[in-house]
Design a protein around this ligand. Structure first.
Ligand code: ASP
Length: 311
């Protein structure tokens, strides 16, 4: 029984060092919540619980900590996949609620659809009684300075890469393996800072931000436009089906991501049905943690760092 989580990728920034302890603790707590869920639940339950934890803790770019679009609004994306039956639920551009992953789960289990956006998402959110979002504390962070500068640019909707790079990506994701040998994967995000309203990234797109079958499960973070072009999570899982070991599978997928879109574009966590796992990124940081039944959770921030046990 294993759960891996990520809390984003990107450049190493001073704020990260300042928040180091909190980040490591929240990442490992999320992985532990996942593993505890596995005692009675399956891999899908574990992924949903680990991600719900990270959406609710406010430390990451998801749920209560989600970044805002150019209008200063919350628009959340999430996706979830159950490996044994390759069932999928995903939501795009959810407004007014915190926990997009719960909505993705409802879509997976209770509807005939895979990806729901806009009004349909809100109908479901109301039906299942999702917690309503209050004004985001993110509002005060980078607004209005960067926003104003962005809007002043003539082509602000296409010249934002620098800003994304600067602010980083801290989408959350999880993969889990349960005692029956079943895999699940998921991810949840507010997208990227100052995105156009309606922009969807990789996170609600199966095969891009998340993927699971009966051999492998993967979750990604980084620039959605880059991850979609590489079909990153599907690519990494397919590499395993083609015979690569799990480390090579993750590395090769990231290599393709870099070839298509350049460095500093993303990272991935990968877990197979035998409990092998790996992490890879072309960014300086990949916030990540792992928890196994009966062992202390381990977490790390820099991509080059080894995982360390967290008390
Ligand atoms: N992948 C997310 C997106 O592009 C951003 C992130 O990973 O933080 O929407």
């Amino acid at each position: 029984m294993i759960v891996l989580v990520h809390g984003g990728a990107g450049r190493y920034r001073p704020e990260i060092e300042e928040r180091r302890e909190v980040i490591l603790r929240e990442l490992s707590s999320a992985a532990v919540v996942g593993v505890e869920t596995l005692r009675t639940g399956n891999a899908l339950d574990a992924v949903v619980e680990a991600i719900t934890y990270m959406e609710s803790c406010g430390e990451f770019n998801a749920g209560k900590g989600a970044v805002l679009n150019i209008r200063g609004e919350l628009e959340l994306d999430a996706g979830l996949m159950w490996g044994p039956r390759m069932e999928i639920g995903a939501v795009g551009g959810l407004k007014g609620y915190w926990n997009a992953i719960k909505l993705a789960r409802f879509i997976l289990e209770e509807t005939d659809h895979i990806l729901v956006t806009g009004e349909g998402a809100n109908i479901i959110a109301e039906k299942i009684g999702l917690e309503k979002a209050s004004p985001s504390k993110r509002r005060i962070q980078f607004f209005p300075k960067i926003r104003e500068r962005t809007l002043k640019g003539k082509y602000w909707w296409r010249k934002n890469l620098e800003i994304y790079n600067l602010l980083g990506y801290s989408t959350v994701g999880a993969v889990a393996l349960d005692k029956e040998g079943n895999l699940a994967a998921g991810a949840s995000t507010g997208g990227i800072w100052l995105k156009l309203p309606g922009r969807l990234g990789d996170t609600p797109i199966p095969g891009a931000g998340f993927y699971a079958d009966n051999v492998c499960a993967a979750s990604a973070t980084g620039l959605g436009e880059a991850i979609m072009r590489a079909l990153l999570t599907f690519r990494a899982c397919r590499n395993i089906a083609l015979g690569l070991n799990i480390k090579e599978a993750a590395r090769e997928a990231i290599k393709v991501l870099t070839l298509i879109s350049g460095p500093n574009t993303g990272g991935i966590i990968l877990l197979d049905s035998r409990g092998n796992y790996s992490f890879a990124a072309n960014t300086e940081i990949l916030l990540r943690a792992i928890a196994k039944e009966g062992e202390k959770p381990k977490a790390a921030i820099k991509t080059s760092e080894k995982l360390v046990a967290i008390k």
